[in-house]
Design a protein around this ligand. Structure first.
Ligand code: AMP
Length: 282
């Protein structure tokens, strides 16, 4: 596995593999089996697999979250090496933001960046768009593998590609959420939870499978289920809820009545850690 941290080495690597398809897996490190599943998809669908580890400062609207973001670079390198990744791109801030981070362009993301998760994390998706825009310009990957764990992020990046790279052969591949044996979606931020916190966090998916997915949806409205779920979470140790809501998975508007493809989106706080998850419902 090549370790690359500058543009010259990256271009040399890319020109060596010019005729091959490139699969790209962007990450912020602290890797877990969710990330590795993206590597497996990339391996099976592209000739060359490039992963990146870069904790992107512009997508953190909370400075503390950025400062506390877990870093396990030695272990990450071992895991990627064991997965036969061809190159690990580890860029510095000056490689990603050669003109600094203060006057970034505005990306038109069809307003998906300001709704739901975007409304609770102002500027977050503009930061995601900025970093992905730079990665795409540097790599022009044929495929970018992204996890549905961050469902709205996938649609934001798909929109970025449609709006800014429609004439390039860049394809987004959505990969399913990987969960632990208790149903908890794997996340780098789970590393900041206590053992007890991990058990509490798994109540999210338990409630969805044991209660919500058993409901006769004709008899009860989205808003009623949301209210019951919020009460359940607050009673069971979650400290704060940003949102628990059924929404349309293309425009992220909240649902007042059921419609096809309804998806449940959740953002909650536990032990001061913000956890997000989502589930296909209909
Ligand atoms: P992150 O390092 O959190 O920025 O995530 C890098 C990529 O891994 C993103 O496309 C995430 O959606 C994806 N990812 C994170 N957790 C999971 C998971 N549990 N299952 C599948 N993909 C995931």
């Amino acid at each position: 596995m090549d370790l690359i941290n500058n543009v010259v080495d990256l271009n040399n690597f890319l020109s060596k593999h010019k005729s091959k398809s490139i699969g790209f897996v962007p990450t912020m490190g602290a890797l877990h089996l969710g990330h590795l599943s993206l590597i497996d998809f990339a391996r099976s669908q592209s000739d060359i697999v490039i992963a990146s580890i870069y904790i992107n400062p512009t997508q953190f609207n909370d400075k503390n979250d950025f400062l506390k973001y877990p870093q396990t670079i030695e272990e990450d390198i071992k895991m990627l090496h064991a997965k036969n990744v061809d190159a690990l791109f580890l860029p510095s801030q000056s490689v990603m933001y050669p003109n600094g981070v203060d006057n970034l362009p505005f990306y038109n993301l069809n307003d998906i960046d300001i709704i739901l998760e975007g409304a609770y994390r102002p500027g977050h998706f503009q930061g995601v768009a900025a970093v992905l825009n730079r990665f795409i310009e540097l790599l022009y990957p044929n495929f970018i593998f992204l996890g549905e764990k961050d469902f709205q992020q996938v649609i934001v990046i798909e929109t970025l590609v449609q709006n800014y790279f429609h004439d390039k052969n860049v394809n987004i591949v959505k990969c399913p959420t990987i969960r632990n044996e208790n149903g908890l979606a794997l996340s780098s931020r789970n590393k900041r939870l206590s053992e007890n916190g991990l058990l509490t966090a798994s109540l999210i998916s338990k409630y969805v499978s044991n209660s919500i997915l058993q409901i006769d949806f004709i008899k009860i409205s989205p808003k009623e289920i949301e209210a019951d779920f919020k009460l359940y979470l607050l009673k069971n140790g979650f400290e704060k809820i940003d949102y628990v809501c059924f929404a349309n998975p293309y425009n992220f508007k909240q649902l007042n009545q059921w419609e096809k493809d309804a998806r449940l989106f959740i953002a909650v706080y536990l032990e001061n850690v913000r956890l997000i998850d989502n589930f296909k419902i209909l």
